[in-house]
Design a protein around this ligand. Structure first.
Ligand SMILES: [Zn+2]
Length: 127
């Protein structure tokens, strides 16, 4: 891959990832968890993310004598592609493509906020 293309990919990826923050309510649009809601956890690796409650599989964990380890049938999240999920607006409860907007916080400092493209409500409301 050429240097320029690699850089372009990197920028695209950053753009996508910047639309999500930890604790965001997201909806899955494709795959086996389609239509389900989850809570954004973290970026796993290249374009893949972990979302609480989405893309889960059941792992059977045997008792190894370690009391700190859970045993039995345990639900675990698997990394899923970032393009399969969309943030959900807290106001209109619809999947949204957030826009960026500069606003002033309580101390008059300029901060960037994510805005819902449908209703204009802030996705970072209380934060
Ligand atoms: Zn909205």
């Amino acid at each position: 891959m050429k240097m320029k293309e690699a850089l372009k990919l990197k920028v695209e990826r950053k753009k996508l990832i910047s639309k999500f923050k930890k604790g965001d309510r997201v909806i899955c649009l494709f795959g086996k968890s389609r239509g389900k809601f989850g809570s954004f956890e973290r970026v796993a690796n290249n374009n893949r993310v972990l979302v609480e409650g989405l893309n889960t599989t059941i792992h059977h964990v045997k008792d190894t004598g370690d009391p700190s380890q859970k045993t039995g049938r345990i639900k675990m999240e698997n990394p899923m592609h970032i393009s399969n999920i969309m943030p959900v607006c807290p106001e209109c409860a619809m999947p949204t493509r957030p826009r960026s907007k500069q606003v002033r916080d309580s101390r008059g400092k300029k901060v960037k906020q994510r805005i819902c493209h449908r209703c204009g409500a802030s996705l970072d409301g209380s934060r």
